[in-house]
Design a protein around this ligand. Sequence first.
Ligand code: 5AD
Ligand code: SF4
Length: 449
Amino acid sequence: MRQSDAPRTYRVKSFGCQMNVYDGERMAELLAEKGLSAAPEGEEADLVVLNTCHIREKAAEKVYSDIGRLVKAGGDKPPMIAVAGCVAQAEGEEIMARAPAVGMVVGPQAYHRLPQMIDEAVAGRRATDTEMPADAKFAALPARRKVGPSAFLTVQEGCDKFCTYCVVPYTRGAEISRPFADLLAEAERLVAGGAREITLLGQNVNAWSGEDDRGRAVGLDGLIRRLAEITDLARIRYTTSHPNDMSDGLIAAHGEVDKLMPYLHLPVQSGSDRVLKAMNRSHTADGYLRLLDRFRAARPDIALSGDFIVGFPGETEAEFEETLRLVDAVRYAQAFSFKYSPRPGTPAATMEGQVPREVMDDRLQRLQAALNRDQLGFNQASVGRSCDVLVERRGRHPGQWLGKSPWLQSVFFDEAAGGAAAIGDLVRVELAEAGPNSVRGRVEQPAIA
Ligand code: 5AD
Ligand code: SF4
């Protein structure tokens, strides 16, 4: 690699989950602290960070084609390219060997070293860092700056569950919880920077544990209760949870902490106990349903969300129909469904009975039809409800705004006469008209926040 000029502008492109979005924001903050500025929309950046996702197929191919596109667009002055995220972790060496245009490869637990790696790259030395301990990363990151009304806060990383289909335990490492005091400080800075809502993130966020400011051992509910004391913080959410890490305290918090929103994302993956066992999920379909009942008892209006995989190796038509029955029983407000994708190095990738693509396509279509039906049904059932909408951005028409209901529905509304709204406001609306992906609201009173 040749020596090059120090980059002055950057662009971070994040793919995949919300934890990657959080990491992407933190990388941008690191780069800003180093004196780089965000490349204006539509302009080539001197440094491009591809913050990649490895969860499903074709992730690596996508990275190579993105690299090719960047090199081509740069002409005789190609950008400095950094590959970050889970593909970097899983396939770093291969990327370095195959793509000479890549100046650095940095894993999800090592990106705090990005600034030094840029200096190396400027000097003509390519560098790879896929070290694992995550605590070092958080300690080395700069303080948070100005943020939007809804902010992410990673509280837990990694996974010890080893579901047989999943790469996360290999790419993100073992479960770790960030310390309570650090999280409280980061949350306070986010709120001071403009956040009204914080979503606590973790691959197994409900496995978070720590010691509170009085030295008591606490779980996620303890952290949530303490964050709820931050005056200007209006809303708290958390994602993603695992059924086996649910505590009585967290369930109870849904009935007791007003700022904790009535929404639960709790992946189940399949409605068949045989498939769940083969996935190493360590819970049954019935156990999952009983858990949801307890959430509903604590917070009757709670909106439920989940993740599903169709076509796991060996899944029969009858087993898939058990998933449809579970969906019918739950009536999800929202859900995410995927075709099984064999991931290199995971146990399921070499299991017998890989399901043909056409069968997977058919099952995914049927499952999504059921989930879409329920999402629309949930939105329709919410018509007539009054709620606060946290305003996130302007809508397409003048005077129109877009935000989120407590149940995480996208709500759009027209500003009331004499009551101009602004980003970050909580506006009281009546939910008036339901669509499959959004709800129209009618302002009940001018902005209150
Ligand atoms: N194939 C398909 N979907 C997967 N997920 C995780 N690994 C795979 C895989 N190999 C889905 C799960 C998980 C979500 C984040 O992605 O549903 O909950
Ligand atoms: Fe993708 Fe999973 Fe990594 Fe998130 S943790 S970036 S979803 S592979």
